[in-house]
Write a protein that binds this ligand. Structure first.
Ligand code: SF4
Ligand code: SF4
Ligand code: FES
Length: 286
């Protein structure tokens, strides 16, 4: 028998988005309501399995009566609110945020960002080469995953996923302050000397590709990574009795990475090392 979790019944709130009446369950964010209404609001640091971090501010919208623009990903919807998603002020703010981010980090592997840069007419190199935040080589210190902090927007989603929100391993955290702030493991050591258990849950939530599978990193370097040629198949992990769902990304008949559905009520996109990285035996013919 399939059990479908229904959750606690929630009152519906009534308000407007871009002048159109909408209803959203109590506790929804403005972003939830916008998505349900088919409104396109860009997001970078929002993660559907994590508490909002409110770090990038690319999702801002106008709310009637509010002095400042509000982040749609974390502001809860309220009855009677008048939300406007596409005003000149909101668009200008998103443009500047995109320019600041794209000038300081490499967003070449961030999904959808190229479309937003075009849509908001942002100039990715507006602040010149001196605006680059790090300029360092990717950290390749193990066979499973790579950390390329030149792509890191400091959203802290990996820290939350590794820490108290999911994995409780606390292998990665924020080191330094202000302009020197960066994601690091203890004593800036190689991952192999850290507390990391290689669950890969940080890769699952990283919005920019700063954390990536070694397989993806190598294929991108060789120019063979091609998402248009990949298929995705969701199946059940066979390693133990927990029964986590695995989504196998396959290119040229080889599994190139493994993700997990975020809407799974048990695992919420999280896996352990075996489910995430233990797929080599499937394609090892020796
Ligand atoms: S490595 Fe990825 S998830 Fe972690 S802070 Fe940087 S961009 Fe965010
Ligand atoms: S991912 Fe890990 S915990 Fe989940 S079923 Fe596979 S081996 Fe078990
Ligand atoms: S997506 Fe809302 S602040 Fe980043």
């Amino acid at each position: 028998m399939t059990v479908t979790p229904l959750g606690i019944p929630r009152r519906l709130l009534e308000f407007t988005i871009d002048g159109e009446p909408v209803r959203a369950p109590e506790g929804s964010t403005i972003l939830d309501a916008c998505r349900a209404a088919g409104k396109d609001v860009p997001t970078l640091c929002e993660g559907d399995t994590l508490r909002p971090k409110n770090a990038c501010r690319v999702c801002v919208v106008e709310v009637e009566g509010a002095r400042t623009l509000v982040p749609a990903c974390s502001r809860k919807a309220e009855p009677g609110m008048e939300v406007r998603t596409d005003t000149e002020r909101a668009r200008h703010s998103r443009k500047v945020v995109l320019e600041l981010l794209a000038s300081s980090v490499d967003l070449s592997t961030t999904p959808q960002v190229a479309e937003w840069i075009k849509e908001y007419e942002a100039k990715p190199d507006r602040f010149g080469p001196d605006a680059a935040r790090l300029n360092e080589e990717p950290k390749v210190d193990n066979d499973l995953y790579v950390r390329d902090y030149d792509k890191c927007i400091l959203c802290y989603k990996c820290v939350d996923a590794c820490g108290d929100q999911w994995q409780n391993t606390f292998a990665i955290s924020v080191a330094g302050r202000g302009f020197d702030a960066r994601i690091a493991v203890e004593h800036d050591a190689p991952l192999t000397d850290s507390a990391c258990v290689y669950c890969g849950n940080c890769i699952e939530v990283c919005p920019t590709g700063a954390l990536s599978f070694k397989s993806e990193f190598d294929m991108r370097a060789a120019g063979t990574w091609d998402e248009t040629q990949q298929t995705e198949t969701t199946t059940v992990c066979a390693y133990c009795g927990v029964g986590c769902n695995l989504t196998l990304h396959v290119q040229d008949n080889e599994i190139v990475k493994v993700t997990s559905p975020h809407d799974n009520p048990v695992t919420h996109g999280n896996l352990c090392i075996k489910g995430r990285f233990g797929y080599q035996h499937v394609q090892n013919r020796n």
